[in-house]
Ligand binder design. Sequence first.
Ligand SMILES: NC(=O)c1ccc[n+]([C@@H]2O[C@H](COP(=O)([O-])OP(=O)(O)OC[C@H]3O[C@@H](n4cnc5c(N)ncnc54)[C@H](O)[C@@H]3O)[C@@H](O)[C@H]2O)c1
Length: 279
Amino acid sequence: MPKTVGVIGGGLMGAGIAQVFVAAGAEVSVVETGDATAARQRVADGLAKAAERGKLADALDAALTRVSVVDDVSALPPAAELVVEAVPEVPALKVDVLTKAEQVIGEHAVLASNTSSLSIAGLGSALRRPDRFLGLHFFNPVPASGLVEIVTAPGTAAGVIEQARGWVRGLDKTDVVVRDSPGFATSRLGVLLGLEAIRMLEEGVADAEAIDTAMELGYRHPMGPLRSTDLVGLDVRLAIAEYLHATLGDRFAPPQLLRDKVADGQLGRKTGQGFHRWA
Ligand SMILES: NC(=O)c1ccc[n+]([C@@H]2O[C@H](COP(=O)([O-])OP(=O)(O)OC[C@H]3O[C@@H](n4cnc5c(N)ncnc54)[C@H](O)[C@@H]3O)[C@@H](O)[C@H]2O)c1
């Protein structure tokens, strides 16, 4: 496992990523340009919960001493063996923090992006060492999720991929290695199933409960495609579908029912109503 890790962005995902590396014994430096106190609290709360569940190898106090929060990428530890960026999904912002991080860390360090949709080759094109860059796509909530999707660009060095796979195993998670392509493996398949389920609703094949139950009990999916769309957020799903429609073609065309619900403010669990009622 890397002894020293940098995480850029201490929001929902960054705090989770920081937490799991701290729990695995690493010293983690989180770069947060917004509310640093809140970012530190997110990591500390997560570690406290992990301690309650007996998932920390050492004492909570000791784990907390391994977390620091800084306000600029230039303050990342030069000894960092891995730096993962988890700033908002804005290409220019990600390129900016990645190129700055590359100037601080050593030439053998690995740089990674937690992007859920952007091209890894595109984000890495401004780097001096694109061979040491890849996607490490963690899932929400990071501590409870068993998967990390490793996204490789054509220029990513084979040794870097193997190193990343070892680290993912060290976090007690499973990796899948996926070539840099729109939606990677997870979003591409998950969104397609969700879109087809919405089209089935439109066509009156069955109601939402029946469609979800069919997949949950018939195919042993832990959650049906409409319930899952509700959890992710219909607006988030629509944005991904539009991107996949533009890059992969008509099979990802968003159904009218999805557009109508988003326009109507029915965004899923976060608004209390999506394809199901959550209130
Ligand atoms: N939310 C999810 O379910 C999920 C799942 C997988 C991947 N992702 C990806 O993870 C990334 C982060 O998403 P999130 O949900 O954690 O967002 P978030 O808004 O919760 O966190 C982003 C954090 O980055 C900080 N930030 C902004 N600019 C910065 C800068 N220049 N330097 C340092 N920090 C900066 C913000 O203050 C914020 O705390 C995105 O690329 C997103 O697509 C999100």
